[in-house]
Design a protein around this ligand. Sequence first.
Ligand code: FAD
Ligand code: 2HG
Ligand code: ZN
Length: 494
Amino acid sequence: MNAASARTIADALTAIVGPQACLTSAADTQLFATDYRRLYHGKAVAVVLPSTTEEVSRVMAWCYQHDVPVVPQGGNTSLMGGAVPDDTGKAVIISLSRMNKVLAADTINDTLTLQAGVTLSAARSAAEAAGRLFPLRIGSEGSCQIGGNLATNAGGTAVLRYGNMRDLVLGIEAVLPDGRVMSALRGLRKDNTGFDLKQLFVGSEGTLGIITAAVLKLMPLPRSSSVAFVAVESPEAAVKLLGEAKQAAGQSVSGFELISGPALELVLDYLGGMASPLAQRHDWMVLIELTSGGQQDALEQTMVQLLEAGLEAGLVLDAAVASSVADAQAFWRIREEISDAQTRTGGSIKCDVSVPLSRIAAFIGDATANVLQLEPRTRMVIYGHMGDGNVHFNPLRPKDQSAAEFLGAHYQAISTVVDGLAHAEGGSISAEHGIGVAKRDDLVHYKSSVELELMWQVKRALDPKNLLNPGKLLPAQHHAPSTGSGLHQASDLP
Ligand code: FAD
Ligand code: 2HG
Ligand code: ZN
């Protein structure tokens, strides 16, 4: 079939979603075609903003029939270039932003049913309004959407207690590449009627279908909370303290985040006017959060006892316990703004790795030594979800070196060595951010050929023409289908 012209595409899609919801001018589409960190600059023939599942289905069916590639987009906060098209200008972006209705909060079944374009913060607010907690917590919550959270299997700072998106979903509705709707919008905690198809879409990064609605699990709202900002001797001491925290507080440990000295310095510079909760500079800190349904006093006492025991054991060097909600929010703000501080500074090499907790301290030590050997002035911005064995190991350019210079000289070598060490420790090169374009071609080194073959077989079964988010997640050199759009990836360094 001849490729449809831009005009034909615009007319056909406008007929489905209406003129206001089909954008075609470069001025309108450019924002959608550029990623959050401004590293990937693609082009789209059109951006459509459907408001119903039926519209998504009709758009997909038309694109499928006319061999038009489609890129699903939520809040466009992906750090891996996953939600933007390449620069050929052939793809249509389907933005879920207008599908932003919370459909039902069921406080007996403890479920929240919503359209996929609801932002995470709106979902959390809807849960709270119903007297419940939707526990996924990530720094981009004001922009990212539930569909994007599901498509990336998002993690964040509360996984330790509540699990990641895969653990928090009960039902999904998704539109397949050819326009068929898979409706599995069920709120069941038990359902053994065959393959758990909804989970196929979780973490599939928009390559298998467009998620249009979901049923999420709700949890009880915690009644008490205690947050501490704690200097520790080393990553090894942090791991030991985590073990002690779990023994002392069990399920109440809802956050355990590692922060390196350079990460804290960077974020305090960026925030301006915000001071460290601790009087002195330290190489390593952890942010600990305990939450429970019990009494505030009892929880605070548990925290204090944990920290005192840590001091005695030489694990803890200093600690500040939040004495108000505002304090706790300020501690969390420091942690959550690290990512944006790096984006703003530029020249950061993102390695979102996970290793077994028992190996994390050794990994950090080895990876740091290797990076500093390559460039001794590198700022070692290392932080993240230690409780899950997941660190954002993000070496940052020296202050007096430009981003282009640092990335040009070291991007490849540093990512290869860090990912390689994580892999050697039995870890993953993408703990929570996904693969997108940024890590796509690296997968061949870290996944077995049987796994890659199976991934391509699933992809071909659902998307035989390779039209949905082509060029993302699946390494092209490994069993790429001979049919397909032939799209190529953006060339910027991630
Ligand atoms: P997008 O960026 O729009 O898309 C991401 C991927 O999902 C793309 O492949 C896209 O095609 C696909 N997609 C989007 N919507 C749909 C849909 N409805 N159906 C099918 N496919 C879809 N991530 C974490 O896991 N933990 C964190 O702690 C975290 N913190 C962050 C902090 C900041 C400041 C930023 C900028 C990002 C952070 N992220 C984090 C990364 C990002 O926010 C998550 O990956 C998030 O889940 C993406 O959601 P989104 O709606 O923005 O998706
Ligand atoms: C976080 O935990 C996010 O803050 C972003 O996952 C991490 O920017 C990053 O590397
Ligand atoms: Zn993270």
